[in-house]
Design a protein around this ligand. Sequence first.
Ligand code: SAH
Length: 386
Amino acid sequence: MKLNPSGTHRCLYGHSWIFDNEFKKPDDLDPGAEVDVADARGRFIGRGYFNPASKIAIRLFTRSSRATLTTDFFMKRIVQARDARKSFLPEDEPRRIVFSEGDRLPGVVADMYGSAIVVQILTLGMDLRRERIVEALMSVYAPDAIYERSDVTSRSREGLPERKGDLIGSIPERIELSTDGVRFAVHPKTGHKTGCYLDQRFNRRRFAEFAAGGRVLDAFAYQGLFGVYAGCAGASEVLAIESSDEACRELKDNADLNGRPVELMRANVFDTLKLLESEGRRFDLISLDPPSFTKSIGASSNAKRGYKEINLRAMRLLSEHGILFTSSCSFHTDRESFIDSLSEAACDSRRIMQLIELRSASPDHPVRMEVPETDYLKCAVLQARE
Ligand code: SAH
């Protein structure tokens, strides 16, 4: 299969996506089939899998002309992903063990919680090879259970229904875990994503370094892990804001597991930040970790307004020298426009704000320089100055 002539294709620089208008669709290729991809002059680029129903019609999984999606191939990639993480994370702690394009297994995500693995299969090409993926995960990690959480709307873009259920063994409803000495529980069958936002782990750890003795606000708290990390690091008080009942129950459970009280407001962050300001409450450390405001590029100006609004409110709540950890997990909002929203928020807040750090997802969610879409999580650390 040859790409249309059109300048220099991103895949020559290591990207793995080929859109449906970038080549002539062959008639004889089955949905999900493997395909060799060459540039317009016929030079081999790599091998991918094909889905005529998807806008991303081919995803490359290798640059080798010999590799195919066998169980051995999946094992090789899973071992490469495991070995790359050894420098950053102890092997027995909860972590993402496969991150799709970030680990050159496009369409497969897997998280390890104790002796259980939760997988998400996001594309047709990988859906058809579920058994091999499971076999490979079993060979490398020998978990007690593998559970599938492919209940994600993005599967419809691949022509696939949502699905969830046990693939190996029977996963518990609740699994107790710890990271960095902080205890928490995940509910793999019902929680967000696979049960937990592991991507914020290093940011929570850094957050906790500023917490001792301070008043802490954890907004968009979900299971409360920013707040609980801060509580364990000696915060004098922790207030969490979260709108979902179920998340609030999990949050309370996590606060109890660590014996750290958290004041909990089940409320809308947008309204509550205003209210806290009018009540004169101030915080030394704030986390703002909203859900993705943009599901599509079309909505990105709304997203920008949303980010600006909450950040402006949060900046006004900072004490003198207070620190704000502000995150955006939408890959449609790139770093530049996120920083733009923060600059506008800083101007309007009438606070002097210093940018201290720009952070990313934890390294078990590899950001590949050649694939900008893997850089979805931005976390800026700002300090209020006199
Ligand atoms: N900070 C969390 C992850 C947050 S995910 C962590 O470290 O794990 C975003 C959370 O915001 C979800 O739990 C969602 O229920 C909550 N949420 C979404 N919109 C909200 C709103 N307007 N007000 C309060 N909470 C909201």
